[in-house]
Design a protein. Structure first.
Length: 251
């Protein structure tokens, strides 16, 4: 089996405007332009995607969207379709826990978005993860396995899929999962893929997200089922994000 190329994706969330986003990405590029053996992605807010895609054109850093509509066009105020994103982004985050919690997105909607993105040539980063109540009840593996299975109903483009396991209780809290917990859950995620698409299970990249930083990324990346990270707060600091990329490049 060929080694899976690690992925480091930065989710900027609702941070930066066009000017500060361009400044940040220029700094990331200057720190990271010589790294190899790692897929680097930044996911800025929608308003900055075109400018940042132009800035990064021809570089080794790819651009992703933080969300995408399952609808091709029409009366969907505030939504952004794949046709609007095509040519600017290579990836799109779907099903992030914040969208599930704050925007009422269920796994069926996430599956529709993943299928729509892949059909348009945009690689979906499908997010899954349990909250603290589920973790404390000892039901994390069962919950995440069901969530991932439901988020991939009807999905078939396995070569384009990236899965990101993000425990909700670790996002933005500074409390990352231990490397053992992260490995357990990313392995569970991979086994779900094995039941759905046995031939793809060992090639789909599975990321960990949740308070990833330069201090914990090396131990996380050493786990056999962790192929990179979906980075939040640290991706807004060029030096920290580049250190995370460097660790993945060296893994």
């Amino acid at each position: 089996m060929a080694k899976r190329i690690p992925v480091i994706a930065g989710n900027w969330k609702m941070n930066t405007d066009v000017e500060s986003g361009l400044k940040l990405v220029k700094e990331i590029l200057s720190f990271s332009k010589d790294f190899s053996g790692v897929d680097m992605i930044v996911c800025p807010p929608f308003v900055s995607i075109a400018s940042i895609a132009q800035e990064l054109s021809g570089s080794s850093i790819q651009v992703g969207a933080q969300n995408v509509s399952a609808n091709p066009d029409g009366a969907f105020t505030g939504e952004v379709s794949t046709s609007m994103l095509r040519g600017f982004v290579s990836h799109a985050i779907v099903g992030h826990s914040e969208r599930r919690a704050l925007n009422g997105e269920n796994s069926a909607a996430v599956a529709e978005k993943a299928i729509t993105a892949a059909s348009a040539g945009i690689k979906p980063i499908v997010c899954i993860g349990e909250d603290l109540e589920v973790r404390k009840a000892g039901n994390a593996e069962t919950y995440v396995a069901k969530q991932l299975e439901e988020s991939l109903v009807g999905y078939t483009d396995w070569d384009s899929l990236i899965v990101a396991y993000e425990p909700v209780w670790a996002i933005g809290t500074g409390e990352a999962a231990t490397s053992g917990q992260a490995q357990e859950m990313t392995h569970t995620s991979r086994e779900v893929i094995r039941t759905l698409a046995p031939d793809a299970a060992d090639s789909v990249r599975v990321l960990y997200g949740g308070s990833v930083n330069p201090g914990n990324v090396v131990e996380l990346m050493a786990q056999p089922d962790i192929d990179g990270a979906l980075v939040g707060g640290a991706s807004l600091k060029a030096d920290e994000f580049s250190k995370i990329i460097a660790a993945a490049s060296a893994s």
